[in-house]
Structure formats: C-alpha cells, structure tokens
Write a protein that binds this ligand. Structure first.
Ligand code: SF4
Length: 340
C-alpha cells in the first residue's frame, strides 16, 4: 500500500476522541556520583514517546521489565515530572500546570491502580477511611454521603459493604486489589492507569479481577491504560497494544493486527514465546531466541536501540534511529526494514 492510499484510509476513519496525548515525552533519571553528587549520566527510562489514548478504549502497554512502561504511566500523570515533551489531557496542555491545579483537575480524573495493593493501602486505616480520603481532600459531600458512597463502591467491586470497618491485612490479594480499584473509582475518574494490576495474583483470581475491570469500564465509561509484562492478559483486555523496548515504543496497533501480524522484530520475538491457538491453515510460529542481554537504559545502543539483539539488523540500524511510522492503518512501527 502506498503512503498516499494509506493516508486516504486514515482520513476516512471516524474521528476518535483523544483523552490523553503525549508528544515526544522523555523521562530521564539523573545518575549522580561523588561527594558533590555531580550528574554523571542519566537513565533514559522513557525516551521520546508519542502516544494518543482514545476515550473508552483499553490501551495495553507491554514489554520486558525495565523497558520503561511503568515510568511512562507515572510520567503521563506527572507522578514523575517529564524531562521533556508535552502532555495533553482532554486537549489541555498539563505539562507545566502547578501541582495544586493538577490535583484539582487531572489527578481527580485519572487514577492509578498498582501491582501491590497491600503496599499502596495504609495498614492503619480502615477501608472506609482509605476510600473516602479523596472526598476529604477535595471537600466533597457530607459525612453521611461519604459513608454511603464508600459502601456503594465496595458493593460495585464485589465486596460486602460491612467490610468498610475492616483493615487491609484482613483481606486476600484479590480482595485487596478490589479495594484498590474501589479507591481509584471514588472520584469517578475518566481514566485509570493500571500498572501490573494482576501480576501478583493467582491465575484464577486474575481472571476475576480482569472481568471486574471490564464490567466497571462498561458501567462507568472508563478509559484504561493497562501496563503488563503478560502478553496473554494484555491480549484479552486491550483494544490496542503498544510494545516498548528500552524506553521507546517499537510498535503500536490494534490487538488483532499486532498479535496476528506483528511487524517489528522485537514484537515477533516476544510473541513467538507465547503459546497461541492457531486458526485453520495458519503456519506455526517459529520460536525466535533473542541473543544477548537487555542493554542498560543508562547506556542504550546508538541508532535503533534493539540493534544489538535484532536478527535482522543492518548497518543503518547501528547509526540511525528509525522513525515511528504508520505502515498500515493505525499500525505504527519503528524499524528500518520497512523504509522504502
Ligand atoms: Fe532490527 Fe534494524 Fe528494525 Fe531495529 S531498525 S528492529 S535493528 S531491523
């Protein structure tokens, strides 16, 4: 398909409403050394990512541990201040707005669910005070209304309202994740960033929490950013999937294109290790073993960051960073193999 044909198809698509947009976002953590803590380098955890998240969708972000996916999630709501780039929430540039303004607007509308709910739930507080805390912070509702809301939220996530007076340690991992979700829902957010929300749970419990998240998405019209290293879970829950490697987005597409026809050599290698149910006539996917270790994000390779492990690397890959380009409708890839 020519670029012109491709462009025509993109223009013909109905406009989706963008809820959050990142333009060339970078998050570099300084490395300091010596008595004077002089900056001697930087860990490039997120290094120049452009991304749009559409209202009502679930965007999955996958990649090996250390690829920058969690940092990306935290940077997009400025839990980490970006080193460079811009963040737009519902069309408003929120990159430099003050912390208090951010708390009043974006932080209410985008909530996080973390991998380890126990670590993120104050063990000295009852579920009631944990869940109603944001109401206090934002001076919302009377005491009676707050208590009613807490009980409603507990029911929504499948917990009995009478649990409100209990403490987090009295619950199982799955129940604690439900509490984390209830807390995230308290402010009636537009979007939830879920960072490895089921990774610490048993497989059967994972399915229950995923089902709950899907039901809540439907009921509350939520947009999800779902961060995980688990390709099967991401495939199940996501509409689109982005693949990260060493702080960069390698490929981004709707889940069917990405899982059925991965274009980037890194995605191909990742997916080759996942057992898949093949359709009739489909050939078996060869297992692709990547050579070498994941390079350090403090010293990423020049050119394409994947070139030290890529089975298709060419000379140009060692020198030039590949553009993140749309090869098929809504299917973006950063790889020199596809340059004309
Ligand atoms: Fe491999 Fe080169 Fe493509 Fe990078 S740009 S993924 S090294 S072929």
């Amino acid at each position: 398909m020519t670029l012109a044909q491709n462009q025509t198809q993109i223009t013909d698509l109905p406009e989706k409403e963008t809820i959050l947009e990142l333009k060339q976002i970078r998050k570099h953590f300084p490395i300091k050394a010596g008595v004077f803590q002089k900056k001697v380098g930087a860990v490039k955890a997120v290094d120049g990512i452009d991304l749009k998240i559409y209202k009502g969708e679930t965007l999955g972000i996958v990649g090996e541990s250390g690829c920058g996916k969690s940092t990306l999630g935290r940077t997009m709501i400025r839990l980490y201040e970006p080193t460079d780039g811009q963040i737009f929430f519902k069309g408003q540039d929120i990159t430099r707005v003050s912390e208090s303004k951010l708390r009043q607007s974006t932080r209410k509308n985008i909530q996080m669910v973390f991998q380890d709910p126990f670590a993120s739930l104050n063990p000295r507080k009852t579920l009631r005070s944990i869940i109603k805390e944001p109401y206090k912070t934002h001076h919302l509702y009377s005491l009676k209304e707050r208590n009613e809301k807490v009980e409603q939220l507990l029911s929504k996530v499948g917990l009995h309202p009478s649990f409100a007076n209990r403490y987090p340690h009295e619950f199982s991992g799955g129940q604690r994740q439900r509490i984390g979700i209830a807390r995230a829902l308290a402010m009636n957010p537009d979007m939830i960033i879920a960072d490895e929300p089921v990774s610490a749970l048993d497989v059967s419990i994972q399915a229950q929490v995923i089902n709950l998240m899907e039901e809540l998405q439907e009921e509350f019209d939520l947009t999800y950013l779902f961060i995980s290293h688990d390709l099967s879970v991401v495939r199940h829950i996501s509409d689109r999937v982005g693949v990260m490697y060493l702080g960069k987005m390698m490929e981004l597409a709707d889940k069917h294109s990405l899982y059925d026809e991965p274009l980037h050599p890194y995605t191909q290698a990742l997916l080759s290790s996942v057992p898949v149910t093949r359709k009739k006539g489909q050939t078996k996917r060869e297992r692709i073993m990547l050579q070498g270790d994941l390079p350090s994000p403090a010293n990423p390779p020049k050119g394409c960051v994947f070139h030290t492990r890529c089975p298709h690397a060419k000379e140009i890959c060692k020198e030039k960073v590949p553009a993140f380009q749309e090869l098929k409708t809504n299917h973006f890839v950063a790889c020199h193999l596809y340059n004309a």
